[in-house]
Design a protein around this ligand. Structure first.
Ligand code: GLN
Length: 539
């Protein structure tokens, strides 16, 4: 039977619950156990798919087509386990399910209430789709004390009762601030947070204390005493220099050991930290670097392109160098500053995006990359912009654009009405925006003798998608005559998946999002190749 580990957060948000859960997952896996990680999000959106990156950072996409919280990206990158639709739930989804059931009369005339109906649905989610896992780690979003997260905390309290306390472990992550003025480490916020948690029925078994510096034994004793937790289970986590150090640091602090002790389980194997040590070394002591420009609408927001930033770093690790990300706001990119702003970069990347704002700046930058033979990677919207740029400036179709931007244009990019998945036809729409895009993993066939085929070293690939518009196949031969080839296509040949330029050292556009599948211990070949091309690019 699976053991459940619930991770809550206290005092403030952004303490790194996601990274702590993901690191613990790695450590337990490395000790020979099968692990799943899940996220319970208290907000009311059914999923984060319709949220602006300004609100909630990147939307992460799973193989099975769920639009999820970006923490699932951390989980995948650290644990190597591909997340599923069944690994992320929100209050919106829970209520939507409960209300649908109520409309169908499934509650047999009862008054539908938060307890037990909403909490029951949360408990169903926690148990759902678990087979032979040894551990299920569930992170509760938000901070203890929020009104929104109350039903989740109540549900995990009940859950622990249902399956037995010895099968559930509560980890609470809190802030232990250091006060510079008095040169003191303060435990009071942690005490208060644990008091809050206990008032809603949960006694934490392990407290992870986030602190800027070492927490002295006296302060640990105080936390242990006031929070009623074994001193060995007061675990500190000091800010790491790179996130890749996190599994090493948690192991040094015995987090994984204490988790196994709690459940009275023996480790099956020794933990292997060598891969993390290796990449930490490369990241912290780079010998060389490359500058890569990311041109997008949300570049000033730290988490908006989380997986992409990570994938570029992974590409750097593979090439033994540091990638400096130069973030350029596409809105302000006027033709006259292009040269100035892109003068010292060795690679240009246009990420995914939506809507008209900033597109002209992106198109100008692509023209610059094409003409000056600078390595270029266009992802999803970036590939669509590269098609528009080529159509306008090489094919001389002046009114070429996407129907997403201009309904009266010559549509080299258009709304796709249907596509095939596992032999079934799926219909697209732009009326209902939630979950109606072409989402999740789809196959692409790569053309012989193309650059992309050489990079993937395979004829058939699977990559994750998240888009509503597609390259218009009717212009294929016009593009190919002028040297822009469609080097990857859907198996039915209707949807161009990859484009590349013949007379350019490295110019690739992909309709999918390769960044979602890159992992620090297994960098994605497309990013490794892009960074290698940037390294070889002579400025
Ligand atoms: N807006 C474009 C579309 O829907 C691209 C989306 C993206 O870049 N993820 O097709």
């Amino acid at each position: 039977m699976a053991r459940y580990i619930f991770v809550t957060g206290g005092v403030v948000s952004s303490l790194g619950k996601g990274l702590s859960s993901a690191s613990l997952a790695y450590l337990l896996q490395s000790r020979g156990f099968k692990v799943r990680i899940r996220k319970l999000d208290p907000y009311l959106n059914v999923d984060p798919g319709t949220m602006s990156p300004f609100q909630h950072g990147e939307v992460f996409v799973t193989d099975d087509g769920a639009e999820t919280d970006l923490d699932l990206g951390h989980y995948e990158r650290f644990s190597g386990i591909s997340a599923k639709k069944s690994d992320n739930i929100t209050t919106g989804q829970i209520y939507s399910d409960v209300l649908k059931k109520e409309r169908r009369g499934k509650y047999l005339g009862k008054t539908v209430q938060v307890i037990p109906h909403v909490t029951d649905r949360i408990k169903e989610f926690i148990k759902n789709d678990i087979k032979n896992e040894d551990f299920v780690i569930c992170e509760i979003g938000g901070t203890v004390g929020d009104i929104e997260s109350l039903p989740f905390v109540e549900a995990i309290r009940q859950f622990s009762n249902d399956i037995g306390k010895k099968n559930t472990l509560f980890i609470h992550l809190t802030l232990v601030p250091y006060m510079r003025a008095s040169d003191e480490i303060k435990t009071k916020p942690t005490q208060h947070s644990v008091k809050e948690l206990r008032s809603i029925g949960i006694q934490p078994d392990i407290i992870i204390c986030r602190c800027e510096r070492n927490i002295p034994l006296d302060q640990r004793k105080k936390i242990s005493l006031f929070c009623n937790v074994d001193i060995k289970n007061v675990i500190q986590t000091i800010d790491v220099k790179t996130i890749y150090e996190a599994p090493i640091s948690f192991n040094n602090e015995n987090l994984d050991k204490q988790v196994l002790n709690y459940f009275k389980i023996k480790s099956k194997k020794n933990v292997n930290l060598t891969p993390w040590k290796k990449i930490t070394k490369v990241v912290l002591n780079p010998k060389k670097y490359v500058n890569i420009a990311i041109i997008g609408k949300y570049v000033n927001l730290k988490d908006a392109y989380k997986s992409l930033d990570e994938a570029l770093v992974h590409g750097g690790i593979h090439n033994n160098l540091k990638v400096n990300l130069i973030r350029i706001e596409s809105d302000n990119l006027k033709p006259l500053d292009i040269k100035n702003k892109l003068n010292n970069v060795s690679g240009i990347l246009i990420p995914g995006g939506f809507g008209k704002r900033g597109t002209e700046g992106k198109i100008e930058a692509i023209k610059y990359a094409r003409k000056n033979k600078i390595p270029f990677l266009g992802i999803c919207y970036g590939m669509q912009m590269a098609i528009i740029e080529f159509a306008r400036n090489v094919l001389k179709i002046n009114k070429a654009s996407s129907t997403e931007l201009d309904l009266k244009c010559i549509p080299v990019i258009g709304l796709i009405h249907e596509w095939k998945k596992n032999g079934k036809i799926i219909k697209g729409t732009d009326k209902d925006l939630g979950g109606t895009m072409r989402l999740g993993s789809y196959d692409a066939e790569l053309v012989n003798n193309s650059l992309i085929r050489n990079i993937y070293k395979s004829r058939l690939i699977k990559e994750r998608h998240r888009h509503r518009y597609e390259v218009n196949i009717n212009y294929k031969s016009q593009f190919e005559k002028k040297g822009l080839i469609f080097s990857g296509n859907s198996p039915d040949k209707k949807l161009p998946e990859i484009i590349e330029l013949k007379n350019h050292p490295w110019f690739i556009g992909v309709q999918f999002h390769p960044e979602f599948k890159s992992r620090p211990l297994a960098p994605h070949p497309l990013f490794s190749s892009f960074i290698k091309a940037a390294k070889n690019h002579k400025k």
